[in-house]
Design a protein. Structure first.
Length: 371
């Protein structure tokens, strides 16, 4: 057998080296030493790291929107990210158009369908409950089952109008009526109150913007402690997702949570063109550096952009370096350096370890990030 690509001596985050053979867009073989002929070979000489392809599970990348939009390859392949999950930019009425564009990207694109039928065309997509049409959501989940992998509800003041917790109740009903699909819930300023939102969520549901610095977040800033009900929700199995965004990541909240044993399961950016170009997000690597500074180990950071999001969203052949899985890989370096990192509230930390994608491999195709 002749492989399409053989990667030699990639360094795993634990320090061991690995060879990976790729054939027909899949991982054909992995091991300390893989032999065989291949059309192409890359020798990393034990210098660069290799991991499953990075997955960013909260982005906005439908270029035809005006509020939150971007281009999949600008936030994906160019940034070491092999898979992005668009978190509810579109709803049942416009997600087909998004799908038609998304499949043309080099980056793997999936979507969560907004329970509001036009998605985030306007900021208050859940202020009018007639926009939540269960049958339309169901049809989308069925018609685009390879693309739509969950549902999204944004539960904060500017989004819900006078509707209180009602949109979340409807989201939970939709979830139950559709094989318990993954549900991502955005949080922000009240109403609704965070304890009420968490009350309505179940184990496995994804809470994005988990470390936002708002009064309605998980931190009791007077006591300098995580609110009891937030700890209880975490212990109940609600999945904490970073969803950094323009307004939703605060170092102190992340650091306080870590001290109390509360960690985000997944690291994501909530990236779109403005917070990519002007910050504070820039890209997934920068968000990973922020969690490193907050006290996470690199090994868990890599897990939180590979295996963890693949598990949350049931991406069956992604997130692991295993024979038969998609040949999505990220090759990167971690080097000493110094960089000032800024959170969503303007607070800064000095990073001493910088992570940089070198090559991004998607379905066995190699893209160079240093050109
Ligand atoms: Zn959000
Ligand atoms: Zn978002």
């Amino acid at each position: 057998m002749v492989y399409d690509l053989l990667i030699k001596n990639g360094k795993l985050i634990g320090g061991q080296t690995i060879d990976i053979a790729i054939l027909d867009g899949k991982i054909a073989e992995t091991g300390v030493f893989v032999e065989g002929e291949s059309k192409e070979q890359i020798d990393l000489k034990g210098e660069s790291f290799i991991s499953p392809g990075w997955i960013d599970d909260h982005v906005h990348c439908f270029e035809k929107m005006t509020l939150y939009y971007d281009f999949p390859d600008e936030i994906g392949v160019k940034k070491g990210v092999t898979t992005v999950i668009d978190a509810g930019t579109t709803g049942a009425e416009n997600i087909h158009e998004f799908h038609d564009l998304a499949v043309q990207a080099k980056t793997n694109v999936y979507a969560l369908v907004n329970i509001s039928k036009w998605g985030i065309v306007e900021q208050d997509e859940l202020a009018d409950l007639t926009k939540i049409q269960k049958e339309l959501v169901k049809k989308t989940l069925t018609d685009l089952s390879d693309f739509v992998i969950g549902i999204k509800a944004r539960m904060s003041k500017t989004v819900i109008g006078e509707n209180g917790i009602k949109p979340l109740e409807l989201a939970k009903e939709i979830q139950k009526e559709n094989n318990n699909v993954p549900l991502m819930v955005h949080i922000g300023s009240a109403p609704p109150e965070l304890d009420d939102i968490l009350e309505h969520m179940s184990a496995g549901d994804i809470l994005t913007h988990c470390f936002n610095g708002k009064a309605n977040g998980i931190l009791d800033s007077e006591k300098g402690k995580i609110k009891d009900f937030a700890t209880a929700a975490y212990n109940k199995g609600i999945v904490f997702d970073i969803g950094h965004g323009t307004d939703s990541f605060n170092f102190t909240v992340a650091e306080t949570a870590l001290k109390e044993g509360i960690k985000a399961k997944t690291i994501s950016t909530d990236i779109y063109i403005r917070n990519r170009e002007n910050g504070p997000v820039y890209d997934l690597a920068t968000t990973m550096e922020k969690l490193r500074v907050a006290g996470y180990e690199w090994s868990e950071i890599i897990n939180k952009v590979t295996a963890a999001p693949a598990e949350s969203f049931h991406l069956k052949r992604k997130g692991h370096l295993v024979t038969g899985y998609d040949a999505d890989l990220t090759i990167f370096t971690i080097e000493e350096g110094s960089k000032l990192l800024t959170d969503s509230n303007g607070f800064t930390r000095e990073a001493a370890e910088l992570i940089k994608p070198v090559k991004t491999i998607i379905g066995g195709v190699v893209y160079d990030n240093q050109l």
